[in-house]
Design a protein around this ligand. Structure first.
Ligand code: FES
Length: 406
């Protein structure tokens, strides 16, 4: 049976009861907990760093510091996308200081050590002054980097290759030709709150982007399933009114609907076209499909109480034509993305300080927060015994209050 039939069956049956989730306050405020996340999760996971269209030609490069660690991503002259720590092998200065540029060689501004785009040290001024300098031992330090459908992923310490990390999501999205997508709009907001609160907010109310003619579609209770690799699939059917406005007979009548007047993303199945479906790639990437565009939301922990939340709209490549960003439907979506970022910021205002109050023991989430529970338990499993037991999901009494927007 196709997995979409399983999803529909569960939606017809209605949500199964689940236990309330208790999240100790300590996991949101403790610096050592953040350091463990940095070491065991962020530093060992494939992370979406951008798209090839951002460095489309050989010689183009971009710096990338979303995880605070300075990295350098290069479209090398042999047409391979590579990633390095942006740290010179002489005295550690940044090799590249401008966020984007183009050059066939990477020259450190300090003392002009120069590297080629494969990371090899190729030139050292006054080389004879350096005793025992072996250039081959001073290449830029590489970071694992793979490209899938024109998306660039990096991983400081991979346990699997990128396809292995995709896990159970891979077969479900294999038919989608996302390689032909291009960045249409990107915007971000920096929030003074722990990244798990941001992730929790998104998990409890995944994005429901507007569709042409339906600016604010409503959805019914979602089906949540955890897939191999710890990733989640969250399928929210539109309610009756929104479904009918999209030309569907009802919330569970899934068909090959398209967005009026906009080119389609090739390969989407009917469920992705007819619902608001989000795949949550553990730990920080939310990918929501519409027939004519894909929304990526990513939450980047900067420290234990600062998060960068980024929204990126991808659309089918428009070639040499003008960007479709000015199309009325895309204008609505871009404005909606900004509103969504602003709404998360508003919902979490003051949330970090609340967690520091001495009386605050933690959070109790309502029983409709299955996705939040699954995500936090996956995080705990990755952290293992590197964090105190009393900071793990369910370990402490919580408060009877949801931190999530109603
Ligand atoms: S630190 Fe880069 S050349 Fe000296």
């Amino acid at each position: 049976m196709p997995f979409t039939d399983d999803v529909r069956s569960r939606l017809q049956a209605g949500p199964a009861p689940s236990d309330p989730v208790r999240l100790p306050a300590r996991r949101f405020v403790d610096h050592s907990f953040y350091l463990a996340e940095r070491a065991e999760v962020i530093g060992k996971t494939w992370l979406l760093a951008g798209r090839v269209d951002e460095i489309a030609r050989p010689g183009l490069y971009m710096t990338w510091e979303k995880t605070v660690v300075p990295l350098l991503i290069v479209h090398a002259v042999d047409d391979v996308i590579r990633c390095f720590y942006n740290s010179c092998r002489h005295r550690g200065a940044p090799v590249v200081r401008v966020p984007r540029g183009r050059n066939r060689a990477l020259r450190c501004q300090y003392h002009s050590w120069t590297y080629d785009t494969s990371g090899k040290l190729v030139s050292v001024p006054d080389e004879r002054d350096f005793v025992d300098l072996h250039r081959e031992e001073r290449s830029l330090v590489p970071v694992a980097c793979e490209v899938a459908n024109n998306a660039i992923f990096v991983n400081e310490d991979p346990a699997t290759d990128l396809q292995g990390w995709f896990g159970g999501v891979a077969p479900e999205v294999a038919g989608i030709e996302s390689g032909g997508l291009r960045t249409l709009d990107q915007r971000s907001v920096t929030l003074p709150v722990n990244w798990k609160r941001v992730v929790g907010n998104l998990l409890a109310a995944p994005p429901v982007p507007p569709r042409p003619g339906v600016d604010a579609p409503a959805v019914t209770a979602a089906d949540v399933e955890q897939l191999d690799g710890g990733h989640l699939r969250v399928v929210a059917p539109f309610d009756g009114a929104a479904a009918r406005a999209l030309g569907l007979a009802g919330p569970l009548d899934w068909a090959a609907v398209e967005d009026d007047g906009l080119p389609s993303v090739p390969g989407l199945n009917d469920m992705l076209r007819s619902t608001s479906t989000t795949y949550v790639f553990f730990p920080n990437l939310f990918v929501t499909f519409t027939p004519s565009g894909v929304l990526n939301l990513a939450a980047w922990p900067r420290d234990e109480e600062t998060t960068l939340l980024e929204a990126t709209w991808l659309a089918p490549d428009w070639g040499e034509e003008d960007s479709p960003a000015g199309h009325p439907a895309w204008s609505v979506r871009i404005r909606w993305a900004q509103d969504r970022l602003d709404a998360v910021a508003a919902a979490l205002e003051g949330a970090q300080d609340e967690m520091k109050e001495p009386a605050r023991q933690g959070l109790s989430l309502q029983d409709d927060c299955e996705a939040v529970r699954l995500w936090n338990e996956t995080l705990d499993a990755r952290l293992g015994d590197t964090v105190p037991a009393d900071s793990l999901t369910g370990a402490a009494p919580g408060e009877v209050r949801s931190p999530l927007p109603g």
